[in-house]
Design a binder for this molecule. Structure first.
Ligand SMILES: NCCCCCc1nc2ccccc2[nH]1
Length: 292
């Protein structure tokens, strides 16, 4: 360990470790579910770390939060009811709130400490909780999904950590089936779906499961996040049987400074061109994803 540096060592990326220079550790405690740490980095702002894995940094969180939210919500004409599973930092809520058609934003986060820590150390991310349309549930997203009435949501966003840890069940078939049931016909789901550089086997299994469960369209998109190992992270975009969804051509564009809630800042990353581009994949990934 190099003093003054945080190295992200994890079985999720064997043999490599992204490092950030640490100025000061601001918080470190064990919740009922995981180790929660916040540190001030030298060049990426404050950093949220769960069980030794970087979840977000102030400097580049926009790339992840904006893409995981607007890829699904800009793909359907009039999203009204949205559910977020995970996402306790509030960043996805901040992005969903930009859509004026949205009337109800439910969020189910298993670890209350993540919510409290985000509100204290990441106010520009946790600002999402200020929107009056938000209903926060602290609990297991798997159970929440099972209890959701059939056909409730226009969109579900699964902003989870990784299959190693509390989020494991959010990557399994029964959970995807419960999401499909809770979505209306032609509803959409967007899930955190790992890195094509590091996790092609995990992605292969997710695509196989999604194609069996979601009878609309199933697509993989990706974005660049410099502080995620391999510099990229992806998303599964699926729709249920019903009105066709063409993820690659946003029917409900959001422009750079549209924001339904007064307090949100202009978009830093997402735009309609990068929406379409996000679905263009390198051949080694296309071969696996398009063949399933
Ligand atoms: N809600 C935050 C999502 C990211 C969680 C941590 C993480 N960091 C990653 C880097 C590469 C591939 C998958 C990853 N998963």
């Amino acid at each position: 360990v190099i003093p003054g540096w945080f190295s992200e060592i994890s079985p999720m990326w064997p043999g490599e470790a992204h490092s950030l220079k640490v100025e000061k550790i601001l918080f470190q405690e064990k919740s009922d579910y995981q180790n929660v740490m916040v540190f001030q980095s030298a060049t990426y702002g404050k950093v949220l770390v769960l069980d030794g894995v970087i979840q977000l940094t102030e400097r580049d969180e926009c790339a992840y939060q904006e893409m995981i939210t607007h890829l699904p919500l800009c793909s359907i004409p009039n999203p009204k009811k949205v559910l977020v599973i995970g996402g306790g930092d509030g960043g996805v809520l901040r992005e969903v709130a930009r859509h004026s058609s949205v009337e109800q934003i439910d969020i189910c986060e298993i670890d209350g400490m993540v919510v409290d820590v985000s509100k204290k150390f990441f106010p520009d991310v946790a600002i999402g909780y200020d929107d009056p349309r938000v209903n926060l549930h602290i609990g297991d997203g798997v159970a929440f999904m099972k209890n959701a009435p059939e056909g409730t949501y226009d969109a579900v966003i699964v902003d989870s950590s990784d299959p190693i840890g509390p989020a494991q069940e959010l990557f399994e078939k029964p959970f995807f089936a419960s999401v499909a049931r809770a979505l209306r016909p032609g509803g959409v789901v967007c899930t955190q779906a790992e890195s094509i550089w590091l996790h092609m086997h995990i992605i292969e299994d997710i695509v196989t499961n999604c194609r069996q469960i979601f009878k609309g369209s199933v697509n993989y998109a990706w974005t660049t996040v410099p502080t995620y190992p391999s510099g990229v992270i992806g998303f599964m975009l699926c729709s249920t049987e019903g009105p066709a969804v063409d993820f690659k051509h946003p029917v409900n564009p959001i422009d750079a400074n549209e924001s339904a809630c007064k307090s949100s800042r202009p978009l830093k990353f997402y735009n309609s061109e990068i929406h379409a581009a996000a679905f263009c994949l390198p051949s080694f990934a296309k071969k696996v994803i398009d063949s399933k």
